[in-house]
Design a protein around this ligand. Structure first.
Ligand code: GDP
Length: 547
């Protein structure tokens, strides 16, 4: 039992995710953060997962073994008096929707850039989501052990393309074969780099830090003086780190290193511990379940992480982790309270109550039963389909957090089951997968087809596999006439009547999503633009907040 108070427990939580373009080194960094945090003893554990995601069949295999979380979940470890929850996001870009959802449960993001490539397309997309959600960002520029771009050019890129003030915390002394180490900006402390540590499986160690002017042994002629001069320029040319500006999303502290060579990792972990925010006060509504009679009107409220009532929301559901049981694990991010095993929680939008007798906490090395948990923590709640992505849970049952976004799919296909007698099963299975958030499901107003939407092609393959294995359905996907899906609602000047009018005119292209929300299926992006201009009173959106 901990002797800390509830607000103290909340305050020592650091819940964060890593965002990166594929291949920038997210998997490697995850592993080395766990190593630095003492959560695993040797490199290799996470690596194995990382490699497996590269091909579809391997991915499926590892997904089935989902013992230690693949497109899962969270890795929890305690280090230096703090509790770190590293939310894992799937590496494959087709699963970016999952990544977006996971970010809704993170209080901070580590943006990993490849030092040779800088900002890449996927980095930009993920960054936008962080900005939308006001998630502060720590930048880690990786692969210094390879030939890198000029550090100033990298920082300028961050400033101009992300509109974010970079505050270098360290400054690299060259890169690739000439990498000597890095200097702490402001203190002149020098952290030497030795190649000896390269790729070693044991805890790799670099020599201890020392003042730059005493570090001559690590340099060749002239290098040390050049570096001192560069650091002086940097100190004059960039703003000093300002935590408030960072928390408000205007500034990013920039750290450097090499995940593969375990260089710069302790420094990064320290930055996360020192600067990443503890769980924040969250806006919510106090609202009775929809069916409640004589319910009081909803009121706005703020949930303090250190307050007593357990509250939180489900940001992800993983189904059928064990194929022998139709179990589902709902990933529940706590916003407040002290959770105890066996506690009863209520689902706000259904009024259902469930006893959480076997919660799972995802310690980095293994899955364990959670006895208690606090704001910022993520626990896995096994259930049989009662919990859905976006659900709010609390002891009172009346706390509702704003929904999680659904993103407009980029590929829409028609799905058909080969055995027509199984059409009914197909509906159930598709709904199940859509509830889990694997794919999106649209039911056109006319006809009996199902249109399935995904952000990437791989999602269809995973889906076909799962329909076969878990539901015994042999399905085919066929092209659909649609290119884009847009949720529709009255715009600023519009009303429900405008939506009805539009739906009437475009009835053959109207559909309902899993929550019965109206969706317009456009045949091309040109058509999306065209109807947008013709019907200015209607808001066509690419995302829909659930709940
Ligand atoms: P992810 O796709 O972002 O998860 O990237 P990975 O962690 O799988 O890394 C992609 C590739 O870059 C792998 O071959 C890694 O071994 C390599 N890599 C990652 N970090 C470093 C690094 O610091 N230096 C070098 N040289 N290679 C790295």
């Amino acid at each position: 039992m901990s002797s800390l108070t509830l607000p103290e427990e909340a305050a020592r939580r650091r819940t964060f995710a890593i965002i990166a373009h594929p291949d920038a080194g997210k998997t490697t960094l995850t592993e080395h953060i766990l190593l630095a945090g003492g959560a695993i003893r040797a490199a290799g554990a996470v690596r194995a997962r990382g490699e497996n995601r590269r091909t579809r069949s391997d991915w499926m295999k590892i997904e089935k073994e989902r013992g230690i979380s693949v497109s899962a979940s969270v890795m929890t470890f305690e280090h230096d008096g703090k509790m770190f929850n590293l939310l894992d996001t799937p590496g494959h870009e087709d699963f970016s929707e999952d990544t977006y959802r996971t970010l809704t449960a993170a209080d901070c993001a580590i943006m990993v850039l490849d030092a040779a490539k800088g900002i890449e397309p996927q980095t930009l997309k993920l960054f936008e989501v962080c900005r939308l959600r006001d998630i502060p960002i720590i930048t880690f520029i990786n692969k210094l052990d390879r030939e890198a771009q000029d550090p100033m050019a990298l920082l300028d890129d961050i400033a101009s393309r992300l509109q974010l003030d970079p505050a270098p915390i360290w400054w690299p002394a060259e890169s690739g074969n000439r990498l000597r180490g890095m200097v702490e900006v402001g203190t002149g402390r020098f952290q030497p780099y030795t190649r000896k540590a390269a790729g070693s499986a044991e805890d790799p160690e670099h020599p201890p830090a020392l003042p730059l002017d005493q570090a001559a042994q690590y340099f060749e002629a002239g290098e040390q003086a050049d570096l001192a001069e560069a650091v002086e320029l940097v100190e004059g040319g960039y703003p000093a780190f300002d935590r408030q500006a960072f928390l408000e999303g205007h500034m990013t502290p920039v750290l450097w290193g090499s995940a593969l060579r375990h260089f710069g990792i302790d420094e990064l972990l320290k930055a996360i511990g020192d600067w990443a925010p503890a769980p924040k006060v969250m806006k919510a509504k106090k609202e009775s379940p929809p069916e409640t009679r004589n319910a009081p009107a909803p009121v706005e409220t703020e949930v303090e992480p250190g307050s007593n009532e357990v509250t939180g929301f489900v940001f992800k559901v993983q189904a059928n982790m064990d194929p022998n049981h139709r179990d589902r694990i709902a990933m529940f991010r706590m916003a407040s309270g002290a959770f105890k095993r066996g506690m009863k929680l209520k689902v706000q939008n259904t009024g259902k109550s469930l006893s959480v007798n076997a919660p799972i906490m995802f310690f980095a090395s293994d899955r364990e039963l959670a006895d208690d948990a606090f704001a910022g923590d993520v626990i896995g709640i096994p259930n049989h389909g009662v919990l859905r992505v976006g659900d709010s849970l609390s002891e009172s049952g009346v706390v509702r957090f704003a929904g999680l976004p659904n993103f407009a799919p980029e590929i829409l296909q028609r799905v058909r089951v080969k055995d027509p007698l199984k059409a009914k099963h197909l509906k159930k299975a598709l709904e199940g997968l859509a509830e889990e958030g694997v794919t999106q499901l649209f039911r056109p107003e006319i006809g009996s087809d199902f249109i399935v939407g995904a952000v990437g092609q791989l999602q269809f393959e995973v889906m076909a596999d799962r329909l076969g294995e878990e539901y015994g359905l042999d399905v085919v996907f066929e092209p659909s006439p649609y290119a884009e899906a847009r949720w529709i609602a009255p715009g600023a000047e519009g009303s429900d009547a405008d939506v009805e009018d539009f739906s009437g005119k475009y009835r053959p292209q109207m559909a309902r999503d899993i929550d019965q929300a109206p969706v317009f299926l456009a045949k091309s992006s040109w058509e999306t633009g065209y109807v947008g201009e013709r019907f200015p009173k209607i808001a066509f959106t690419k995302t829909k907040e659930r709940g």
